[in-house]
Design a protein around this ligand. Structure first.
Ligand SMILES: [Zn+2]
Length: 95
């Protein structure tokens, strides 16, 4: 499944509810899920970690749906087989 298909599936599943909640409320849910992912990273429990990664990408897709952003198009436009900063694959940026 491609990112675009996943986003469309999330749209079919949740768009009406997501639209009623709105961008600010959905962004808040996403940030809660990111925090839970951070906690799960410390738990060393793979199943819980997988669930939190899934929640983060699901809420990101919901937010993109109500913001009118095609995640696959946006990510491939920016990360087009090379680092957007240095233009190399693999990245040669110094941090
Ligand atoms: Zn780079």
């Amino acid at each position: 499944m491609h990112i675009h298909e996943f986003q469309k599936m999330m749209r079919r599943m949740y768009f009406q509810r997501d639209r009623r909640r709105g961008i600010a409320g959905t962004y808040e849910w996403l940030t809660d899920e990111v925090r839970e992912l951070g906690e799960a990273l410390n738990s060393n429990q793979k199943e819980e970690l997988e669930g939190e990664f899934a929640d983060v990408i699901a809420w990101l897709a919901s937010l993109a749906n109500i913001a009118g952003i095609d995640l696959e198009k946006a990510t491939l436009r920016k990360y087009d087989d090379k680092c957007p900063k240095c233009g190399h694959m693999p990245c040669k940026c110094t941090f």
